[in-house]
Design a protein. Sequence first.
Length: 195
Amino acid sequence: MRQACPTRQLFAVPPPLEHISRPDCPIAQEPRQLSNPLKDAVARWVAHGPDLFLSRGTVEILETELQPLMPAGTLLLVEDMLALARRYQQVSGVHELRFRLEKIDHDSCRRFHVDQVPLRMLCTYAGPGVQWRHASDQLIHKTPTGWLTLLKGRLYPGWGAAQAVLHRSPPLSGLKMPVTRLLLTLDHPDVCGMN
């Protein structure tokens, strides 16, 4: 009998974002393809934008803070990120949020872990996406660029270690060509680093 290719499971799609409130759903993802104009805006940010933008506030405050930092041709990216911030507000129930946009060109967070947050949304706009696995399984899933990932952290009400999903940034040092990731992280406003 022929065995299935083990890499077929690397792009497993967990339930949609709205299912994250279910007790049996520690991760939710939404597949999406970045349009060519959005990819161009991402490339411009990677080339000319700040290495790190970190702030806390409402979507309106974040928009005001982002506007003077936008390189030419990146409005589409900023609009997309603010739309994701609004979705995070809806799913998490928070009015304010922590917004972190970072260029990453090194090995960052190489170890699989669970965050000390209630709920975290990740979107990798450039470079390889987040890697994740169930605590009970060693199979590593690789998230495609552009996909949305919503993860329950240790502070989520009713969180349990048995159903935990661990994640990490993909290691970049082993790649043949240098890569710069552009990662958006949306969190509860009171997470570590904002006080």
